[in-house]
Write a protein that binds this ligand. Sequence first.
Ligand SMILES: Cc1cc2nc3c(=O)[nH]c(=O)nc-3n(C[C@H](O)[C@H](O)[C@H](O)COP(=O)(O)O)c2cc1C
Length: 310
Amino acid sequence: MFRIARLKPATALWVLTLVITALLAAYAAWLFYGTPHPRGSGSTVTSSITTITTPVTSTEHTTWSNTSTTTAVSARTEYFIIGNTVYLPLPRQVSNVTVEEAILWRRSLREYKDEPLTLTQLSMILWAAQGITDPARRFRAAPSAGATYPLVLYVVVGDRGVLLEPGKYLRAGVYRYDVMKHALTLVRDGDLRGELAKASLNQPWVRDAPVDLVLCAVFERTTRVYGERGIRYVYMEAGHAAQNVYLMATALGLGTVVVGAFHDDWVASVVKAGKDESPLYVIPVGVPKEVKHPSFQEIDSWYSSQRGGG
Ligand SMILES: Cc1cc2nc3c(=O)[nH]c(=O)nc-3n(C[C@H](O)[C@H](O)[C@H](O)COP(=O)(O)O)c2cc1C
């Protein structure tokens, strides 16, 4: 301090400017990358499970959940249904497919067997799209401009579309994915796939898949930070999330296709989207009728022939 006090005024001003700039930069970096995400309830899966272990009186719960809510809360394959909320099995490694294989085998598949998804498969698909991968900062599986996270996911579940356990299915309806709890909340009852397909220019795969995801975005979350440019960021992010769905589906032996051709307002009304939520993709997911797994050898031969090497 003594030395600084003896600096010439111009030098002292320069040093002071440097210090203030450094402090401002550090603060901006902390704000941008270091703080937990401001939205969300802030409650964790652990705290949700704690509440579930208390006796549950809801008839809803007794009629359509598994009965072991008071046991094995740490068993990650467990699911819980309380009222209108389905706490999904927590994410874990469920396949041995490498990322190279998933990329090589990924294909848009539009024909599905008349078979349900398991709840674990649905759980993994949702986690791949928007699940938490950095709990400290609440960062998600897909990148997001400035971690503004504009995406909102709905799941349209058909009759016998999701198997909970042998002989027991998830209630058909529209569910909203709760990112922070890794849970689904029922927002509308009934099998809405037919209506969703009509809203999607009658594309049959939307009606035939046991489950359709509807990826929506709240543009304002991103444009309030980035202005007009935020619009393109939101579309980019939807692509990232959708590709994660493709890759996870491939790893699980499931089939999917992204559908961009639909009537926006109609799709929004099917899932009861909020006024500020715009649908960007409808994504059917099912057990494919046919899967082809090309080999790297095939790709190798093709590139070689392109290069004239035969
Ligand atoms: C933005 C976008 C919109 C799409 N919309 C539809 C659609 O409405 N219906 C459909 O069946 N496929 C749709 N697709 C899937 C493409 O048809 C598919 O990706 C393309 O035929 C290449 O096949 P592949 O995904 O197996 O590589 C869409 C793909 C993108 C990227």
